[in-house]
Design a binder for this molecule. Structure first.
Ligand SMILES: Cc1cc2nc3c(=O)[nH]c(=O)nc-3n(C[C@H](O)[C@H](O)[C@H](O)COP(=O)(O)O)c2cc1C
Length: 208
């Protein structure tokens, strides 16, 4: 049976652009995979803990010597690793915040990467297509005033490629703040066009 891991990050609920675009992907995925299973990991509703010293030292401590709190922190990391390496495909839905990924997503990435367990040497995501849907408030496309300031989409591509996926696609919906933030009304049409294009790309990603 085919299994998809669906990771959500935006806390904006039904106002979230990344969630709306990803919903198109999920509808297409369900249609293409009748009987498939979707594992939901909503980092807005249930964030994972920040990686702390005790969790890090677990991997330098023989299993039998780990105190209970350390063992529990290491067990959570293993649970997250087993989850992402146990599925057939992954979709990550996230905003761009302050030119990078929101901290709950970074915390998740820090939890799942353990040298020798899930890292570029293992590589646990081999054979798994990864789709990243990112909503941005503005645009960082070629020629935009802030071209080059988006450190989020390239970073996520790097993370999932480094972990072994040979098929990472990043779908970006731009200008999310148009019609919302002051001074961006000129970009409302571009926003609508970008969201429509992202939804189409999300559906086509499943068909491909
Ligand atoms: C805390 C915060 C920081 C943001 N930083 C950026 C940014 O650096 N670049 C950008 O283009 N948009 C930024 N935005 C705008 C969001 O990316 C945009 O509203 C997007 O639609 C959010 O995704 P969502 O609708 O799925 O929540 C930021 C929004 C918030 C709330």
């Amino acid at each position: 049976m085919t299994t998809l891991l669906h990771i959500e990050v935006s806390p904006m609920g039904e106002n979230s652009i990344s969630r709306a675009v990803t919903a198109e992907f999920l509808d297409a995925w369900k249609a293409a995979n009748p009987g498939g299973t979707i594992i939901e990991r909503d980092l807005a509703a249930n964030p994972v803990p920040l990686l702390d010293g005790e969790a890090i030292f677990a991997d330098y401590t023989p299993e039998a010597d780990r105190p209970a709190s350390m063992a529990a922190k290491r067990a959570l990391r293993q649970e997250l690793i087993d989850e992402i390496t146990g599925v057939d495909a992954i979709v990550v839905s996230t905003p761009l915040w302050n030119w990078n990924v929101p901290s709950p997503l970074k915390a998740y990435i820090d939890q799942i990467i353990i040298p020798g367990v899930l890292d570029p040497s293992t590589p646990g995501l081999a054979g798994k297509p990864v789709t990243v849907v990112m909503a941005q408030g503005g645009s960082y496309s070629a020629g935009a005033p802030l071209e080059g300031w988006d450190y989020g989409s390239g970073y996520l591509n790097q993370v999932f490629t480094a972990l072994g996926s040979e098929d990472v696609e990043v779908i970006v919906a731009e200008f999310g703040l148009a019609g919302v933030a002051p001074g961006m009304d000129d970009f409302v049409e571009a926003k609508e066009a970008s969201i429509a294009a992202a939804k189409s790309a999300a559906r086509n990603r499943v068909a491909a």
